[in-house]
Design a protein around this ligand. Structure first.
Ligand SMILES: Cc1ncc(COP(=O)(O)O)c(C=O)c1O
Length: 393
């Protein structure tokens, strides 16, 4: 027996990596060189990219690049401190006002990232006597936020408002300091959409505090593409700029009072360096462009419907997707990995998504479309998937 003083303190690392390897869940990162909005170079090979979140193709847009450079020239490369110290450069508030107007809310607050926002706003809103009701398929950042809140968390069945209503009914008079509901508007791994009207009505009915993560709808859906939360009475909306926004960072959209509260109570804003000028420059430019990109949004949704239709005709299941995020349900991890590799051999990049990101037995490949994809690009994917099917049968 090795005593505690002499045992290998790093053995847990080998054990966990071996466990993941055995289950084919070991993750690796690879170098990627972007070629344009829809192609990347990996290991010297050009590949058609169907797994980025750059839904509008803004990451390569000249206006975002120019505004980033303009902001760098004027303000430098870093904000030098937290916004509460001396990092609140004068570009933040105009961007937040622009965003609040577009989101049709009183106020907005720019945050470092969607992950950082979710893991810090939820703990800021809950206390140890609160109850959080969280959708079963919420993004990991919302799950971590709930954990960090150190209160009771009850998970309701995915997108099942009757289960949520049942939990609210059971708990609203149990003496909790408050009940919070946390959900996404468009679910990141399934591409399905919440019934926003129904959700808001439920929250109102039970006086629950509603948090909606609009990350995958911002830029893509809703009024002027500003998200599915637009026009709804939601206590707190979180969204990101790293997806359809084409750059990085995140936002909160809320009341003026809640903004002030977050400036005072949200550790993820207070104890971190403010976003660098280049990033805020790109955000500012994206906010100028997004409202006018109706044609791109229509094309994106038409392409998504065309792709889903073709996949269904071939007998693939796309779950309950109704957006630009289209999972192709596979099941076993090994099969999802094999399909992803086959696509890659054929010059198409589509990642396999496997546990723990999605529940056991629901491994999939996940396609996400960009407005820059053409029908030709989509037909190429359909063709390769068709070949995979015929090869297997
Ligand atoms: C629903 C959702 N929320 C939050 C995040 C995190 O956002 P960010 O990439 O800005 O950290 C993601 C993915 O990245 C997401 O899919």
């Amino acid at each position: 027996m090795v005593d505690d003083k002499h045992k290998d303190k790093l053995s847990f690392i080998d054990a966990e990596l071996d466990r993941r390897n055995d289950r084919r869940q070991l993750r690796k990162i690879r170098n990627v060189l972007p070629l344009n909005g829809v192609e990347v170079n990996i290991d010297g090979r050009p590949m058609l990219n169907f797994c980025s979140n750059d839904y509008l193709g803004l990451s390569m847009h000249p206006l975002l690049q120019e505004r980033s450079i303009e902001f760098i020239h004027k303000y430098g490369s870093g904000a030098t401190a937290s916004r509460l110290i001396c990092g609140n450069y004068d570009f933040y508030e105009p961007v937040e006002n622009k965003l609040a107007q577009l989101k049709q809310v009183e106020a907005a607050l720019v945050m470092s990232s969607g992950f950082q926002a979710n893991i810090s706003v939820i703990p800021a809103l809950a206390d140890s006597h609160s109850l959080i009701l969280s959708d079963q398929l919420n993004h990991n950042s919302l799950i971590q936020g709930c954990r960090l809140a150190c209160c009771r968390v009850a998970v309701y069945r995915h997108n099942d408002l009757s289960h949520l209503a049942q939990l609210l009914e059971q708990n609203f008079d149990k003496g909790y300091s408050r009940i919070l509901i946390a959900t996404e508007s468009v679910f990141s791994m399934d591409g399905d959409v919440v019934d926003m009207g129904g959700l808001v009505a439920l929250a109102e009915n039970f006086n629950a505090f509603l948090i909606v993560d609009d990350a995958h709808a911002t830029g893509v859906l809703g009024r002027q593409g500003m998200g599915l939360t637009c026009g709804h009475d939601i206590d707190l909306v979180v969204g990101t700029f790293g997806k359809a926004g084409g750059s990085f960072g995140a936002y909160l959209a809320c009341s003026e009072k809640l903004r002030t509260y977050m400036i005072n109570c949200c550790s993820g804003l207070i104890y971190t360096t403010a976003l660098p000028p280049a990033v805020v420059g790109a955000i500012d430019a994206a906010l100028d462009l997004i409202p006018g990109m109706e044609a791109e949004r229509k094309l994106l949704q038409a392409n998504a419907a065309y792709l889903r239709g073709s996949l269904h005709e071939m007998g693939w299941s796309t779950g309950s997707s109704s957006t630009q995020i289209i999972p192709v349900m596979i099941g076993p991890v090994a099969d999802a990995l094999a399909l992803s590799s086959w696509l890659e051999e054929n010059g198409i990049l589509i990642s396999a998504i496997r546990p723990p990101t999605v529940p056991e037995g629901t491994s999939r490949i996940r396609l996400s479309l960009s407005a820059l994809h053409t029908r030709k690009h989509i037909d190429r994917v359909i063709d390769v998937l068709q070949k995979w099917r015929s090869r297997k049968s």
